[in-house]
Structure formats: C-alpha cells, structure tokens
Design a protein around this ligand. Structure first.
Ligand code: HEM
Ligand code: HEM
Length: 177
C-alpha cells in the first residue's frame, strides 16, 4: 500500500483547512469580540456550526482510518522518532475531539444553544472564562496548534530534505506498486 485511502486523503486536506481556519478565526476574531458586542451572537453561531461540522467529519475520518488499509509508517531510521510519528497521528484525533467536546462543554454550561439558535433573550455570560471548559478549550487549541507546527515541519523535512515523496502518500493516485 503506497497511499492512504482517497476518502481519508480528501478528509485530511479539507479538515486541515477547516481546523486552521477555526484556530485563526477563533483565536483572532471571536475571542477579541466582547460578549457585550451585538455581533458576538452571530460570530458564536458561525463558530459553533463550523466546529460541529469539523467534529462530524473527524468522526467520519476516524471510521475511514480504522476500516481502510494504510501505508506502513515511514521510517526515519530512529525507533524513537518512528514511535513519536505514530503517536503524533493518534494525538491529533485526541486533541481535535477534545477541542470539540470542550467547545460543546462551554456552550452547554452557558446555555448558548438557546441564546444563539432558539431566540432566547437571555444575555450572554459576562465572560466565558468563569467556566472550566473555556480554559480546557484554550489549552487544547494551543496544544493542537503546536502539534500542527511539529507535524508540518516533519512533513516538509521528509518531502524537501530526505526527499522520500511523503506528501504523495497523502494524495490521490494508484495505491499499489
Ligand atoms: C476543531 C474545532 C474547533 C476549533 C479549532 C476551535 C477553536 C477556538 C479558538 C481558537 C477559540 C478562541 C481562543 C481559545 O480558546 O484558544 C475558541 C473559542 C470558543 N469556541 Fe471553539 N473551536 C472548535 C470547536 C468548537 C465547538 C464545536 C464549539 C461549540 C459547539 C466551540 C465553542 C467555542 C466557544 C463558546 C468559544 C469562546 C469564545 C470566547 O471566549 O469569546 N468551539 N474556539
Ligand atoms: C490541521 C492540520 C492537520 C491535521 C489535524 C493533520 C492530521 C494528520 C493525521 C492524523 C495524519 C495521519 C493519517 C490519519 O490518521 O488520518 C496525517 C498525515 C499526513 N499529513 Fe497531516 N494534518 C494536518 C495538516 C497537514 C499539513 C498542512 C500538511 C502539509 C505539509 C500535512 C501533511 C501530511 C502528510 C504528508 C501525511 C502522511 C504522513 C505519512 O505518510 O505517514 N498535514 N495528518
């Protein structure tokens, strides 16, 4: 097997774009809008819908990953680095699910679905930071960003320095030699 399953490939790149977009917009836009700003409810609605789509696609991706054949993990010549590489891939699933679950945790704890989607007149809480799920969301999104930096550096190192064509494994094409 020389490549990942085409559905996994498609989901990898769609999710990479969606997750990076959420991290950037969530971090720079949403968070800086004070809860008293009238635009905040719409911004939260967009973020919550987008985040939930990420969660659904990530579940589909996990199912595809478990059911499909995949190429053997590429070797770096170091048993330790090979182990880290395998764990980084699984850690992505843990972190993305953790980010989504903590996001849902903030919204349940503060009654956001009623306010954002069902027209409740209740005000937003003064600050989301009074809720532990908000801290969890922050810690997990920061860890996810760091993991993406490690992952992209490793992928580019393989592609450009070792030149073993790693990125073609995560692209469409013939899957057997
Ligand atoms: C992979 C999916 C997601 C990503 C990458 C993401 C990213 C972010 C980021 C970067 C922030 C701002 C700062 C921070 O905590 O670091 C944030 C805030 C927030 N997110 Fe998410 N999020 C995701 C999913 C969700 C989901 C599914 C929900 C709820 C259904 C949600 C609800 C919230 C809420 C309520 C805030 C607080 C906004 C504020 O403090 O003003 N998120 N998210
Ligand atoms: C939010 C961003 C990203 C996430 C969450 C992510 C996650 C993953 C995961 C979990 C895998 C293992 C396959 C699987 O189980 O699905 C993988 C493989 C891969 N990713 Fe990413 N990725 C991201 C962004 C990127 C970017 C920007 C690049 C390009 C430099 C990239 C290049 C690759 C390559 C080449 C592989 C295949 C590695 C191999 O053959 O072992 N990824 N990615």
């Amino acid at each position: 097997m020389t490549r990942y399953h085409p559905l996994l490939v498609a989901l990898h790149w769609i999710l990479a774009l969606m997750i990076l977009f959420s991290l950037v917009i969530g971090g720079s836009g949403l968070e800086r809008l004070p809860n008293s700003d009238p635009a905040k409810v719409d911004a939260l609605a967009r973020h919550m819908i987008f985040g939930s789509i990420i969660l659904i696609l990530m579940i589909l991706r996990l199912i595809t990953r478990v059911l499909s054949q995949k190429p053997v993990h590429v070797s770096n010549g170091s048993a330790l680095l090979d182990h880290i590489g395998t764990w980084v891939h699984w850690l992505f699933y843990v972190l993305v699910f953790g980010v989504c679950v903590s996001g849902i945790g903030i919204s349940v704890a503060t009654g956001l679905p009623d306010i954002v989607f069902f027209g409740s007149e209740a005000p937003l809480p003064e600050s989301f930071w009074d809720y532990p799920a908000r801290t969890a969301h922050y810690v997990l999104t920061t860890a996810l960003l760091a993991l993406i930096a490690v992952h992209v550096t490793a992928a580019l190192y393989h592609q450009l320095v070792i030149q073993n064509g790693l990125i073609s494994r995560m692209w469409f094409g013939k899957r057997t030699d």
